[in-house]
Design a binder for this molecule. Structure first.
Ligand SMILES: [Zn+2]
Length: 304
């Protein structure tokens, strides 16, 4: 599943290929992927718009589009949720497309932006911006990303902000890090990696952290996400950016390494299932305080 670093990599690599191009037409053989507006309207309204910028919010690609035509002059946003098997490419229209390529955007300059998605989990939407630049959701009453927490890599997201957020929470750390309303963009890989770096047990309760541990977790989250972007993401499954596989999978310390030695202490990496998600950690480096052990064991047993 692409997480923040993978979607950020796609955005950065897609940008030079499509910015400045006009979307001439759109066609799809899988209209159910279009969340907003109706598929016919989506195709009509997107045509004639220029791609101004490719950015990311949470795990979504956000393409800013110019206004187009007389009727719909307002600038718009094409939001693409890549999900598990989505791959974006920019190719010549003559290039053969296999049956898993479902969405085609014809671009000015004779190129085509394609979305290939073997499992068809990806989603697309065309949304309006209001005058202040906010992206309006489908009912236009609230922001499209209103339910998402802050971006952990934003320069304005300080350790003070992180402390304020985490002190208002009670759940287990692993579950909390996966909660997109807490922080945007973290998934299973980077939750496990951040907790390992911070030497915090995934079942530790969020409200039990000392100030130094809060700081460690804040640093760990930002460091692992920044490193993963530098390494162009983790290709542990089908993730490919426009320029191919990432290399962060070769630098993961616990994720997917069950039984292999912890790079810090050499003891075997453990795996448990928390909320139906595989969780990898080192039980030596990431100790649970004695007072929380009984509760954590009860919780794990109850979820079997
Ligand atoms: Zn260890």
């Amino acid at each position: 599943m692409p997480e923040l670093p993978e979607v950020e990599t796609i955005a950065r690599e897609l940008s030079p290929l499509v910015v400045g191009r006009i979307i001439i037409h759109f066609r799809t053989d899988w209209p159910r992927a279009i969340r907003h507006p109706q598929p016919d309207q989506f195709a009509t309204e997107i045509a004639g718009r220029e791609i101004l910028e490719v950015a990311r919010r949470a795990k979504w690609l956000v393409l800013s589009l110019s206004g187009a035509g007389e009727k719909e002059a307002a600038p718009a946003v094409l939001a693409i949720q890549v999900k598990m098997t989505g791959q974006l490419t920019v190719v010549s229209p003559d290039e053969p497309a296999d049956k898993h390529v479902h969405h085609f955007f014809g671009l000015s300059g004779g190129r085509q932006l394609r979305i290939r998605d073997t499992r068809k989990f990806g989603r697309l939407g065309l949304y309006r911006r209001d005058e202040a630049g906010a992206i309006l959701g489908s009912d236009e009453a609230r922001e499209l990303f209103a339910d998402f927490g802050p971006e952990p890599l934003d320069a304005s997201f300080t350790v003070r902000d992180f402390r304020r957020l985490i002190r208002a929470r009670r759940g287990r750390l692993k579950t909390l890090l996966l909660n997109q309303a807490f922080l945007a963009g973290i998934g299973n890989i980077y939750a496990d990696e951040a907790l390992w770096r911070a030497r915090l047990h995934p079942l530790r309760s969020a409200d039990s952290l000392r100030p130094d541990q809060e700081r460690r977790l804040y640093d760990a989250i930002r460091d692992v996400l920044a490193e993963a972007i530098r390494r162009r993401g983790s290709s542990v499954d089908t993730y490919r950016s426009p320029e191919g596989a990432g290399e962060m999978q070769e630098h993961l310390n616990v994720y997917g390494r069950t039984g292999k030695p912890c790079p810090r202490c050499g003891r075997p990496t453990r795996r448990v299932v928390i909320n139906a998600r595989s969780t990898h950690f080192c039980s030596w480096c990431q100790r649970l305080p004695a007072a929380q052990r009984a509760g954590a064991v009860r919780e794990l047993l109850a979820r079997r």
